[in-house]
Design a binder for this molecule. Sequence first.
Ligand code: HEC
Length: 118
Amino acid sequence: MLKDISHKTVATIATVAALTVALAATVCAADDTNGNPVQAQIDHGKSTYASKCSHCHGPNMMNSGTITPDLRAFPDDKTRFVTTVKNGKNNKMPPWADILSDDEITDLWAFVSSRRKP
Ligand code: HEC
């Protein structure tokens, strides 16, 4: 009888311990997805890209590279990126300064940087 109770106690403690670990893991995982500012910027940049840029630069930045440059090959030069996106280029790349906020352009840069070819 005593043996039986202690078995149950051990089982209960084990269950509580397992639940605690599971709960801690869940909290950490939630932190990773919601608390990662870079990933949030990339995600937001991706949706802005899809609505404002993809019809010229290609879905997910894939295009033949003949009319618009392949943005995955764009150098790691944020100043040049922001300048071009705001002012446009050669009357072919439209200017976005009046349409996109600085934050939106920063998020676009995070997305472009995340897709850079090695
Ligand atoms: C109407 C079609 C069109 C749209 C829409 C467009 N682009 Fe472009 N983009 C171009 C063309 C064409 C060029 C090449 C211009 C050149 O070099 O003469 C270009 C060039 C670029 C370059 C390279 C500039 C450089 O300095 O070499 C970047 C970066 C760029 N676009 C980003 C974007 C982003 C970000 C968006 C969305 C906000 C966007 N583009 C929307 C047509 C477009």
